[in-house]
Design a binder for this molecule. Structure first.
Ligand SMILES: [Zn+2]
Ligand SMILES: [Zn+2]
Ligand SMILES: [Zn+2]
Length: 293
C-alpha cells in the first residue's frame, strides 16, 4: 500500500507570499495556505520524505512525523533542500544519520551549501546525513531502524531505550518494514535535470516543465499522478496550468493532483470549479492512498 500526505503544496515563495495583498494571499480558506512543496509517503512499511524545504521543521511538527527511513531529493533548489539542517532532531533522538537519496549534482550542491556538515573536523551537533547517489534507474530503499531511541521521562530527562525490529514494529503497530523499490522519473526544470518518483501506483513529479517521451512508459497504470503547475501561461521552468492538464490527460491516471501552486492561480475553490473532476488542486494536509502495488 502507498499512502501519500501532502506536507506542502506551494511554490518556492509559499502562499501567502510575504508582502502580497492579492485575493489568494488574503484568503481565509486553510486550503489556500501553502507551505513549500514536499510529500510524506508511507510505502511498504517505510516512511519516505520527498524533499525537505525551508518549512521542513513546521511540516514534521504539524504532521506528527517521528521517524524517516529516507529522504529523496528531486533537485537542488533551496525550496526543496533548505530544511535539511533540521534533520538534527532525528539524528539526536535516534542517534543515527538520516539517509538521503539524490543525484550526484545535488550532493555536490549540498556539499557547497552545507560545507560545515561535510567538514573533516565537524562541529558537534551538525546534521548527519548518509547520502546515496541515484540516477534515473529504479533503486531500493531500506528501513533505517535505529538501535536506540531517546525517550523523554518527566523528572529524569532523556533515557536511551534499546530498539529491536520487534519492539519497533510493536510501537508503530505495523509489520517490520521491507525494502521498497522506487522508480525515478526523469524530467527537466528549464536546463536542470530533476527526478520525480513513482511509489506503486502513485507518482510524484514536481518542478518540471518537460518530460521526455521515453519516460511516459514509467507513468502507465497510475491511480494518482501528482504534477507541478505554477500559474496560467508559460513559465520558463514550470508547467503552466494548461501544460499540466495536457500532461495529466496524456498520462491518464485515475486522479491527478496539482502541486507547487502559486498565488497567481485562483483560490482553491475557484480552481476546483474550473478543472475537470479527474484533476484537483492538492492542498496541505491532503492524504491519498493506493491499494495496489
Ligand atoms: Zn520548487
Ligand atoms: Zn498574493
Ligand atoms: Zn526548482
Amino acid at each position: 500500500m502507498a499512502r501519500l500526505t501532502f506536507l506542502g503544496t506551494g511554490t518556492s515563495q509559499g502562499v501567502p507570499m510575504i508582502g502580497c495583498d492579492c485575493n489568494v494571499c488574503r484568503s481565509c480558506d486553510p486550503k489556500d495556505k501553502r507551505l513549500r512543496s514536499s510529500v510524506f509517503v508511507e510505502y511498504r512499511g517505510l516512511d519516505i520524505l520527498v524533499d525537505a524545504g525551508p518549512d521542513f521543521r513546521q511540516q514534521m511538527l504539524r504532521s506528527g512525523i517521528r521517524h524517516i527511513d529516507a529522504i529523496l531529493l528531486t533537485h537542488n533548489h533551496k525550496d526543496h533542500t533548505g530544511g535539511l539542517d533540521d534533520v538534527r532532531a532525528f539524528n539526536y533522538i535516534e542517534r543515527a544519520p538520516i539517509r538521503i537519496y539524490c543525484e550526484k549534482y545535488v550532493e555536490d550542491s549540498l556539499r557547497n551549501e552545507y560545507s560545515y556538515a561535510f567538514a573533516e573536523k565537524r562541529y558537534p551537533g551538525v546534521p548527519e546525513w548518509q547520502i546515496t547517489n541515484i540516477d534515473d534507474r529504479p533503486f531500493r530503499v531500506h528501513a533505517n531502524i535505529p538501535s536506540v531511541r531517546l525517550v523523554w521521562v518527566e523528572g529524569k530527562g532523556y533515557e536511551k531505550i534499546p530498539v529491536t525490529p520487534e519492539s519497533w514494529s510493536e510501537t508503530r503497530q505495523r509489520p517490520v518494514p521491507e525494502e521498497a523499490e522506487i522508480i525515478p522519473v526523469r524530467g527537466r526544470h528549464y536546463m536542470l535535470p530533476v527526478l520525480g518518483y513513482r511509489f506503486g501506483r502513485i507518482a510524484y513529479l514536481t518542478d518540471m516543465n518537460f518530460i521526455p517521451e521515453e519516460e511516459f512508459g514509467k507513468l502507465r497504470g497510475l491511480d494518482h499522478l501528482i504534477i507541478n503547475c505554477v500559474r496560467r501561461g508559460r513559465h520558463i521552468s514550470h508547467f503552466s496550468l494548461e501544460q499540466a492538464i495536457e500532461v495529466a490527460e496524456k498520462v491518464g491516471a485515475r486522479q491527478t493532483y496539482l502541486t507547487h501552486l502559486s498565488h497567481q492561480l485562483p483560490r482553491y475553490e475557484e480552481l476546483c470549479a474550473e478543472l475537470p473532476p479527474a484533476i484537483r488542486p492538492a492542498y496541505d494536509g491532503l492524504v491519498i492512498e493506493s491499494d495496489d502495488e
